[in-house]
Design a protein around this ligand. Structure first.
Ligand SMILES: [Zn+2]
Length: 215
């Protein structure tokens, strides 16, 4: 999406017509991943890493760090460890975001191979749990059949939730508290127009920017 051509926060505004609210969703758009090191993974399974969904949820307090086996491409502004949490962000992108992102997100150091080689180019991030669920406007399909009633799925082991549905995505304020900077189930960032301003016109690499309706 060209963010410059769709820089509309509120549409509608005609008398009697509801004004829709939108935010910007930024998440990793690529398919390549880096692997977490065996030692890091085995040290965190059952202590942050869910054995079922594989996501790493270090909680809302304290420092965390990850150790990966491969280099993260220097220019990638977002990257993946093959799980939705944590995601990886470039130092460049982090600098473009306001200081108060620290109220909503936690950043962890990324090490290459072992805990002596810290990567200055990238950091890992998680948001304050629970993350914001995203729902599609059309019902989900499973094995070729429409799943009409299902709206939310949860990991049976850790309870982390996921929204259902295809098509245009939206977030729902009756399901989640949505802040000006929120974490999403894609391991992405959901940000207000104000937070988006410094990013406009900047070509972020490996980052998909989509407009999400807030209902
Ligand atoms: Zn889980």
């Amino acid at each position: 999406m060209d963010i410059r051509s769709s820089a509309i926060h509120d549409v509608g505004g005609f008398e009697g017509k509801a004004v829709k609210k939108y935010m910007w969703h930024l998440y990793y758009s690529g398919t390549d991943v880096v692997d977490a090191s065996e030692a890091w993974t085995s040290g965190h399974v059952g202590a942050g890493i869910c054995q079922d969904c594989g996501n790493y949820m270090p909680g809302n307090e304290g420092d965390f760090a990850v150790v990966v086996e491969q280099r993260i491409p220097a220019k990638a502004d977002m990257f993946s460890m093959g799980r939705l949490s944590p995601s990886i962000m470039s130092a460049r992108l982090r600098k473009l975001l306001p200081e108060r992102i620290n109220e909503f997100f936690r950043f962890g150091d990324v090490y290459l191979g072992d805990s002596s080689r810290k990567m200055e180019s990238h950091c890992a991030f998680v948001g304050g749990a629970p993350w914001v669920l995203l729902f599609g406007d059309q019902p989900a399909m499973m094995d070729g059949a429409v799943v009409a009633d299902a709206k939310i799925a949860a990991c049976p082991a850790c309870g982390v939730k996921f929204g259902f549905g295809r098509g245009n995505r939206h977030a729902d304020t009756s399901v989640n508290v949505i802040h000006e900077i929120s974490w999403t189930e894609f391991g992405g960032m959901l940000i207000s127009d104000d937070i988006m301003q410094p990013l406009r016109g900047i070509q972020l690499k490996n980052v998909r920017v989509e407009k999400i309706e807030i209902r």
